[in-house]
Design a protein around this ligand. Structure first.
Ligand SMILES: Cc1ncc(COP(=O)(O)O)c(C=O)c1O
Length: 411
């Protein structure tokens, strides 16, 4: 557009590339219309049952119970695991805050331990060290020797679309008689040793909020192989109705059931999950190929036990070698209309959880300082991805004459 003074005016800004947005384009509309046409819009109706059935089948587990959010699924799972007020539940420091909050909802305390260097997941070595060095057994129960509280469960969080080393964690929980409640909210579609998430813990939680691999707008799912736990999950998430006609309740329940309209969205999204995961993996491969030569940039790694779904593609930016740090890089990319985002404040430093016990977590702190999540929507085009890669190459190589800028191939 010409400027008022008649000059050429500023160059038009390139179109925005968002970080990670929903991909709606399959049967979402007809399924939701079916809800509207039939009047099944509340939390009863065929789509809720179908979504639960199809989701359980996709995870290869017998039972799935839909909830209003991943946080609601976690809260319910902790109740089902028998976590009591005053107990402690072990979590990684590097995660979104929701699982730690869910631990507080049941009156228990999160205990934070560090993540591993390579994949940024709860470190089984740290877990073992905490149980060995910071806990003692008294009267047949495990107690944190610093707080005196009973340690009852481990809550591994599979962050960013990558599974934790679940077999190793499982072995430790069995050895110490701890419950395992898994937060797989960020990693639907990932495999651990070839098996889908949902098959590794007695209780596993998923989320369908807007930026997840698949979405229902907001929603969650709790999966289990135990029929009694599934039945109890249904009971607790529907206000613990013992006599639905006379409204008799023997326990405090929750209004945590997903609505039919959201479940209809979920059914349509679930049909596309394999394609979403394949696209995420293609995006990850292109990033890894283009960025691994870039000095100071560490692309995401995939563990030998993992087939990641790469929900949120994240790089580490080593300021000394890049000549820019993750926060400056975020601003520079924003100026090019490319959305990126740092990871969460580690929870051992979170003011909200300052009263919780934490071991030293240097890896979580380092990853937080260096990490930047970059655009990885399933609708990201190859041209858009080339733009992101070019922008990264320019910002990172910057004015450094000894660094050659390779054109991205986009293959
Ligand atoms: C690790 C983790 N746990 C739990 C949640 C909570 O899920 P929701 O937003 O559906 O409550 C999220 C994301 O939102 C998450 O990233």
């Amino acid at each position: 557009m010409p400027s008022r003074t008649g000059g050429p005016g500023p160059a038009p800004r390139a179109h925005p590339i968002p970080l990670c947005v929903p991909n709606i384009g399959g049967n979402e509309r007809p399924y939701i219309e079916e809800c509207l046409n039939t009047g099944w819009v509340s939390s009863v109706g065929p789509f809720v049952e179908r979504f639960e059935r199809d989701f359980a089948a996709a995870c290869g587990v017998p039972y799935a119970v839909a909830t209003t959010s991943g946080t609601a699924a976690l809260h319910t799972a902790l109740l089902l695991a028998g976590v009591q007020p005053g107990d402690e539940v072990i979590l990684p420091s590097l995660t979104f805050i929701a699982p730690a909050n869910a631990v507080r909802y049941v009156g228990a305390w999160p205990t934070f331990i560090d993540v591993d260097q390579d994949y940024w997941q709860l470190d089984p070595g740290e877990l073992r060290a905490f149980l060995r060095d910071d806990c003692r057994v008294s009267r047949g129960e495990l107690h944190n020797r610093h707080t005196g509280r009973r340690v009852v469960a481990v809550l591994p969080v599979d962050i960013l679309g990558h599974p934790c080393d679940l077999p190793a964690i499982q072995k430790i929980t069995e050895q110490y008689g701890l419950a395992m409640v898994e937060d797989a909210t960020e990693s639907l579609g990932a495999l651990c040793r070839g098996k889908p998430l949902g098959q590794w813990s007695r209780l596993t939680c998923f989320s369908f909020n807007a930026n997840k691999v698949m979405t229902t707008g907001g929603g969650g799912m709790l999966v289990t192989d135990d029929p009694q736990l599934a039945q109890r999950a249904r009971y607790l998430t529907t206000q613990a109705k013992d006599d639905p006609l006379e409204f008799v309740h023997h326990e405090i329940g929750y209004n945590y059931r997903l609505t039919s309209v959201q479940a209809a969205l979920g059914c349509a999204q679930l049909e596309r999950l394999p394609a979403f995961v394949a696209t995420k993996r293609r995006i990850a491969t292109r990033y890894a190929e283009a960025l691994e030569e870039l000095p100071g940039i560490q692309p995401m790694k995939e563990a030998p036990w993992a087939t990641a779904s790469y929900w949120m593609y994240t790089i580490l930016v080593d300021a000394e070698r890049c000549g820019t740090d993750s926060r400056s890089l975020r601003k520079a990319l924003a100026a090019s209309n490319i959305e990126t985002r740092p990871l969460w404040q580690p929870l051992h430093l979170s003011p909200a959880h300052r009263e919780s016990f934490a071991r030293s977590c240097p890896v979580a702190s380092r990853v937080n300082r260096l990490a930047l999540s970059i655009p990885c929507s399933t609708s990201l085009t190859e041209e858009e991805q080339r733009r992101v890669i070019r922008a990264l190459q320019q910002e990172v190589a910057g004015d450094r004459p000894n660094v050659e800028i390779q054109p991205a191939t986009g293959a």
